[in-house]
Design a protein. Structure first.
Lengths: 167, 133
C-alpha cells in the first residue's frame, strides 16, 4: 500500500515546489521588491529550521526501523480496557499518511474493532513523535507536552462519544 | 523508507516555507488581527475552520501556526488550527467515506472539529493556570 502511494506523493511534491518557484519568478518580474523580501525571509526561516529537519529525519529513520504496521495492528486486536491504551499507543506510533491506515483499520473493523477505538487510533495518529522537535521549536516544550496530554485524553472522550452515538 | 518519505516531504516543506514567507511579507499584521478579532471562542472556531480545510504534513501546520503566533494571533486560535489540521480531514473525507463508511467518517470528522475547539479551550485554561503558578 505504501509503495503504491509513495512515488505519486514524491512527484506531486516536486510539482508543488516547481509551481511555487515559477510563481516566485513571475512575481520577481512584475514586483521584484516583494519577492526579494519574501525570499529573504524564506532563507532566514530555512537556516533556522535546517538543524531541526536533520533531527526529524533521524527520528523518522529510527521509528520506521523499529515499528512495523503489523506490530501495531496486532496490539489493536486485544480485548478489554487495555485496548484503549493500545489504540492510543498504536496511533501515536503509526507513521505515514493517515489514508495509508484506512484499509488496515477497515479490515480490523470487520473483525470487531469498535468505531470508538478506530476514531481513537486515527485521532492519536495526529501526534507525530518524530515531528515534535519542530513543534517544540515553534511553541515551546510546555505547550507541546500539554497539547499531547490533552489530545490523548480527548481521543478517549471522542471514541466513547462515537461509540455511544452509533449504538 | 524514511529517506523516501523525507524526500517526498522536503519539497513540500520548501514550497510551504516559500509561500509562508510570501504571505508574511505581503499581508500586514493588522489583517491577521482583523481575521481573529472575536473573543477566544470565536477565534478558536475560525482557527478550527482554517485547519479543517487545510491539508498536508503536520510539520507544515507547525510552520504556519508558528508564524501566525508571531504575528499576534492568540495561542487558542493557533491551537485550534493545529489540532483541526491533523484531526479533521475534509480533503481526505471522500477516501475515508469510501473505505470506512459515510456514517463513521462524518461523525468522526464532526466530533474531531468540536474536539479541536475543546482542546484549544482546555490548553488556554491550563496555560493560564500554569502562568499563575
Amino acid at each position: 500500500m505504501h509503495n503504491k502511494f509513495s512515488p505519486r506523493r514524491i512527484s506531486a511534491s516536486w510539482y508543488y515546489l516547481i509551481t511555487v518557484v515559477l510563481f516566485y519568478i513571475g512575481l520577481f518580474i512584475f514586483v521584484s521588491d516583494r519577492s526579494t523580501a519574501a525570499f529573504g525571509l524564506f532563507i532566514e526561516i530555512l537556516l533556522k529550521m535546517l538543524p531541526v529537519f536533520a533531527f526529524v529525519f533521524a527520528l523518522m529513520v529510527l521509528s520506521n526501523y523499529y515499528i512495523s504496521s503489523a506490530f501495531i495492528m496486532k496490539h489493536l486486536e486485544r480485548k478489554g480496557a487495555r485496548k484503549w491504551l493500545y489504540a492510543i499507543i498504536g496511533g501515536v506510533l503509526a507513521t505515514g499518511p493517515a489514508y495509508m491506515w484506512y484499509p488496515l483499520v477497515a479490515d480490523l473493523r470487520k473483525k470487531g474493532l469498535s468505531d470508538g477505538l478506530t476514531a481513537c487510533f486515527l485521532y492519536n495518529w495526529a501526534i507525530k513523535l518524530p515531528l515534535l522537535p519542530v513543534a517544540v521549536y515553534y511553541f515551546g516544550i510546555q505547550f507541546v507536552v500539554l497539547l499531547m496530554i490533552v489530545m490523548i485524553a480527548i481521543s478517549i472522550v471522542q471514541g466513547m462519544t462515537l461509540n455511544a452515538i452509533v449504538k | 523508507m524514511s529517506a523516501k518519505a523525507f524526500a517526498g516531504m522536503f519539497p513540500v516543506l520548501l514550497g510551504t516555507i516559500l509561500l509562508v514567507s510570501l504571505v508574511v511579507t505581503s499581508i500586514p499584521v493588522s489583517w491577521y488581527a482583523s481575521l481573529f478579532r472575536g473573543n477566544e471562542y470565536v477565534n478558536s472556531v475560525i482557527g478550527s475552520l482554517l485547519g479543517s480545510v487545510s491539508a498536508g504534513n503536520p510539520i507544515v501546520s507547525y510552520i504556519i501556526g508558528g508564524e501566525l503566533l508571531e504575528r499576534g494571533v492568540s495561542i487558542t486560535a493557533v491551537t485550534a488550527f493545529l489540532v483541526a489540521w491533523v484531526t479533521v480531514g475534509l480533503v481526505q473525507l471522500p477516501a475515508e467515506i469510501a473505505i470506512l463508511g459515510k456514517r463513521f467518517a462524518l461523525y468522526r470528522n464532526g466530533l474531531a472539529f468540536i474536539a479541536s475547539i475543546a482542546v484549544a479551550m482546555i490548553i488556554m485554561a491550563l496555560m493560564r493556570v500554569l502562568s499563575y503558578a
